[in-house]
Design a protein around this ligand. Sequence first.
Ligand code: SAH
Ligand code: AVI
Length: 349
Amino acid sequence: MARRSPVRREKRGLLPHPSSPRTATVVSLDAEAAALRELREALSRRPREIPCKYLYDDRGSALFEQITRLPEYYPTRTERALLMDCAQEIVKSAYPVYDVVELGSGAAEKTVSILEAILADGGRPRYVAVDISAHALARTRDILAAARPEVSFEPILADYSRELRLPARPKGGRRLVLFLGGTIGNDEDAQAVQLLSRVREHLDSGDVLLLGANLVTDPAAIHAAYNDARGVTAEFNKNLLNVVNAFARSSFDPAKFDHHAPYVVGKRRIEMWLVARQAMQVDLGRMKGRLALRKGDGIRTEISRRFVRDDVLRMIDAAGFTPERWIESPDGRFGLALGLSRSALRGLL
Ligand code: SAH
Ligand code: AVI
């Protein structure tokens, strides 16, 4: 049986943050212990790993936003153009939408076009944004307040890989769940299907999922997107060690690592690594013990998958969504899948 534990206000660490907008910063100690265990296990695996959710503290979220504006990083602008073109059509497929729920909302700049299309259709949507980064949620709030102050906003600071709690759905209308940016590609297939299945548990039959996915394209273009000339992605990657240090009180020195991000053609994915520039011993702090690294040893920090259309449709179908529409950018680099929830499970859970 799960041990009951007190809660305490956390001043630092991965999830909570003082800059949090209208979000509580209470963290269960069980959750914290589980996160430390997860991190320790990931570092003990071969290859060694650190989950990519550790990329997103305040600085990481700001760096990601910079990445989205780099000339090499094509996914954001490609998806934005698609959403601007197709927002009306998407909203019509989901009519009438009341609740827009977004996972990993980030700065949510792209989401505004969906919200605007709902407003133009006479709807009054509530926007629920779920993100692990308080900084990202604060940016979402600011962008939304500037662009569409009439939309009511509910930020949820949470790790969706561990739990997904959503506010009760309002009466009437449908729920439209957005999972954009190609973030689904940061998970292996099994985890991706598990996450989407968990989303489905919150939905009624006929609710809608809109999933953005990066597609297989020219390997050189993909490689450049994760190896930008200004080194912003390298900084983003290395900052993950600062996030881990703050959370686990470990002693990783980011300056002792190189950013390495090859596109692995056979696996159709970018793999981001941090590679030790020299031999070192890292004190793992609250994870307990030490990590011995030799020069050249790597820690994998992210995978970013490229899909073909049928992979995406199969994935949403496996999670309980009937594929309804596929929208692809003219250059074939990005796709949006719209699926209808087959779920009638919500009342039974
Ligand atoms: N959807 C935005 C942001 C993508 S970046 C866009 O398309 O530009 C990925 C976002 O997901 C970040 O804001 C990050 O903080 C959030 N995120 C990553 N892992 C998460 C997790 N496990 N739980 C909740 N949010 C997560
Ligand atoms: C959030 N996610 C979809 C980004 C990606 O492209 O996989 C994260 C990122 N990693 C390096 N650059 C951007």
